[in-house]
Structures are given as C-alpha cells and as structure tokens.
Design a protein around this ligand. Structure first.
Ligand code: ATP
Ligand SMILES: O=C(O)[C@@H](O)C(=O)CO
Length: 421
C-alpha cells in the first residue's frame, strides 16, 4: 500500500512528535532515521516521517538532505508533504526553516505554503503572527536561553522573512475561526499579492483542524506537529483512510535508563522531580574536554546500580552554567562533546542490557539514535502530548521515548515507565 502523507522533520524528537499526532488521528505511522535506502521497507505505513538532524546544520546541508528525503517520500507515493520544524520555531538567524521551505516548495511546484508552529496542548499558540509559549511571547519564554537556537523575537513573519526572499503574509485568527472556506479565500488573496508563505494564527485544536481542512490540496504544509492534526481527515473524506485503531505498546524486556541532554526548563524540572530512589549521575563537560572515558565510566556505574529501577544520567544544567561551559569551549563544541558521550553511552548501555530508554532533547536524541544504529521506529502509545513510546525496527528491538526538551509535565519520567508497564 502506498504512503499517503510524507513528512520531513528537522530533528528526531520533532519527527516523533509529528508521527504521534498522525497516529492519534488514525494513521499507521513509521519514523525513519535519515533518508532511507531505496530498498527500505516501511510495511503498511500510511504516513512516514523522515527524521533529519538538520535544525542547526549548515543551510546547504539541510536543504540537500530535505530534498533527498522528499525524493524518497515521493517515490513511496506520498501525496502531501509536511515540513516539520519546532513548535518554538527553533532556528538561527541564518536559519534553515526558510531555505528548506523554499527548496521543497520549488521541487513540489507549490507557490504557497501554510506556516503554523502552534501546538496548543503544549502551550504554543500563534496570534497575529506572534508565537506564544504559555502566557509569554516566545522571546520572553525560556527559549531565549536555548543553548543552540536562542529565540529572541516572537514575530513569525519577521523570523521567516529573514530566512527567505519570498513574501511572508498573515492568515489572522479572525479569518481562521471562520473556517476552511475563509482560510482558502485568504490564501487566494495572499497568492494574488505574490505572497509565498502564510503564517496562520491558531489558538486551539479547532483552529488547527480548520487550517488542516483548508490545506487539503496543498502540496506542502509547514509547521509544528499541530498543523498536521486536520490532514488525516482529508484522506479519510476521500475514502483513502479507514477508522482509527490503537497503537501497539512496545514489548521490550530489559533495563531502563533516562539520558537527558536537554537543558530546557521543563527537562530540568523533570530531572528534579524524578523519583528519589533512582540512581542518578551528572555528566561533567570538563572531564570530556580532558579526554577522560566519561561514557565508559558512566556505563560501568550504571551497570552496577540496582536493576529494578531506571538510572538517570544527565548533562542538563541551568542557563548560567551552560553559558559558562559554552564560553569555555564554544557553543557547538560543548554541544558536540555532550552529544558524543550520550551516543557512546547509549551503545554501551544497550550492550549491557538496557533496552528501555527515555532520551530528552532533540539533538541528544539524534546523537543517541544515530549511535545505536536505529533506522526506523514504529510509533506506539502516547506518554504526554507530543511524546509516544516507540519500538525500534531491527535487532535488538528497543523501547525508545524521544522527548522534546520542553515537553511533558513534571512527573514525565516516572510516568513514562508506568505507561510502559
Ligand atoms: N551542560 C551543558 N553545557 C553545554 N551544552 C550542553 C550541556 N548539556 C547539554 N548540552 C547541549 O545542549 C544541547 C541541547 O539540545 P537538545 O536538542 O538535546 O535539547 P533541547 O533543545 O532542549 O530539546 P528540543 O530540541 O527537543 O527542544 C545539546 O547539543 C547538548 O549536547
Ligand atoms: O515541535 C516541537 O516543539 C518539538 O516536536 C520539537 O521539534 C522539539 O525539538
């Protein structure tokens, strides 16, 4: 059976988040890691999300990988493409969101695409083109201190306009709330003015469904996972998609570990709230810089802990400490050092019998999943909005929960293993 919906995500947790939305809306979804080989089999998947690690990659590389993903997805029969970026629009001023959208639109022959990072279940809303995180503008939220992509402006129009030569316009909430017909009319008006990208306001899931309906015939839709909420119904109403089923839980035996590289306020709160009985260790970036075998030492330590509970290993630190580390080693080198240890550690832990892993942070998840050699994951049940359990396809199967840095409530870590049973 051919794939209906194809998606290209700029990080691994973002891909999982989107696949989770599609599963919740009744599609069978698989997440593949990187652009698959021509012979890769995605079984009976109706939606495939290609997870790239392109959010902070050089622009040319992000564009090239995204186009390769597009070619593969079209080869699988995908009728519509979603460009998935972060619900907090994470990008640098020389950012990749605009250039990737431009390249995809051109390859698809699309002269217009919706832009909507809203994810109301996680507090991200868009109003008059401004992105809010909870009650704060994006630029006042903890995202202003992100280690790799600090977000210091909340205007999506300004942010995107700095990344594309094409015109960016607004589909205001006053239009969105009137429904798909009004949105289509606004899109036509923007197109007539030569606008390529329409930032769509969305305050709740009803707005997202209206936007999804209006985008039924768009070759390219861009946004956070929320923008895909209404898309499966478009296939359903054409008779291409059946009723919803429930996703299967991964049944993977083995020890449990949390690897946290995210320094987000949410992840730090989750680490602080993790059950007191869980053994925990913090990664010291200075030791990595001294070329010590940090991964080996931590793996030995983890293996020696009681086997009946998860172990928690984190690099996560408060913004002032992260800033100090970055001043010492450089932003990219500090990130790369931590990611290198996380990847090597995950491999050692897997080899020591750890098979249930929660990984916090998109870049961190990218490092871990790549090091583990995981090529594809079947999406299972949701732990929290945007974070499902997944089961890696291939041997040995692993239960993996890739958590976007900012997602999940304070009790997320305990809850994750409760859900797994
Ligand atoms: N103590 C630290 N000092 C400097 N950098 C760190 C430290 N701990 C983690 N990092 C780096 O910070 C980056 C965090 O990015 P990551 O994408 O993993 O988390 P996030 O941005 O919070 O999550 P998401 O992308 O899902 O929102 C990684 O590159 C990680 O290696
Ligand atoms: O959209 C989000 O917030 C997440 O899926 C993500 O991309 C974080 O890396």
């Amino acid at each position: 059976m051919a794939v209906l919906l194809g998606a290209i995500a700029d990080d691994f947790t973002g891909a999982t988040d989107l696949a989770n939305t599609l599963v919740n809306q009744g599609m069978r979804a698989v997440q593949v890691i990187g652009v698959p080989d021509a012979g890769t089999d995605v079984g009976d998947a109706q939606a495939v999300v290609v997870a790239l690690k392109s959010r902070t990659a050089p622009v040319a590389q992000a564009v090239e990988q995204s186009l390769a993903a597009l070619r593969w997805l079209r080869g699988q029969g995908a009728r519509q493409i979603v460009q998935k970026y972060c619900s907090t629009f994470d990008s640098r001023a020389t950012g990749n969101i605009g250039p990737v959208a431009d390249a995809l639109a051109e390859a698809l022959g699309a002269d217009f695409a919706i832009v909507c990072p809203a994810f109301p279940a996680n507090g991200r809303t868009v109003y008059q083109g401004h992105l809010f995180v909870g009650a704060d503008l994006l630029s006042d939220s903890p995202m202003k201190d992100h280690p790799l992509t600090p977000m210091r402006d909340a205007s999506l129009i300004r942010l995107l306009q700095a990344q594309t030569p094409h015109k960016v316009g607004l589909i205001p909430w006053q239009v969105v709330r009137q429904g798909a017909g009004a949105i289509r009319a606004r899109v036509d008006a923007l197109r007539a003015e030569g606008v390529r990208y329409g930032v769509a306001d969305a305050l709740d899931e009803d707005d997202l469904r209206r936007i999804g309906r209006a985008a039924a015939d768009h070759a390219l839709v861009t946004g956070g996972s929320g923008v895909a909420m209404g898309l499966p119904d478009n296939f359903r109403s054409k008779g291409l998609l059946g009723a919803t089923g429930s996703p299967a839980m991964p049944r993977v035996a083995g020890r449990a570990v949390v690897l946290a590289g995210s320094c987000s306020a949410a992840t730090r709160a989750q680490i602080a709230a993790a059950p007191a009985g869980w053994p925990r260790r913090r990664i010291d970036v200075n030791l990595i810089a001294e070329d010590r075998d940090v991964a080996g030492d931590l793996a030995d330590w983890a293996a020696a802990q009681p086997t009946d509970r998860p172990v928690l290993i984190h690099a996560s630190a408060a913004p002032d400490e992260v800033a100090e580390t970055q001043a010492k080693y450089g932003v990219d080198r500090a990130g790369a050092m931590v990611e290198g240890v996380m990847g090597a550690l995950a491999v050692r832990l897997r080899d020591a019998g750890f098979a249930r892993m929660v990984v916090a942070g998109g870049e961190t998840s990218g490092a871990v999943v790549s090091a583990l050699g995981v090529r594809a994951m079947r999406i299972g049940p949701e732990i929290a909005p945007g974070v499902p359990w997944t089961e890696s396809l291939g041997r040995p199967p692993l239960a993996l929960a890739l958590k976007s840095g900012n997602f999940g409530g304070r009790d997320f870590l305990a809850k994750a293993f409760e859900v797994l049973g």
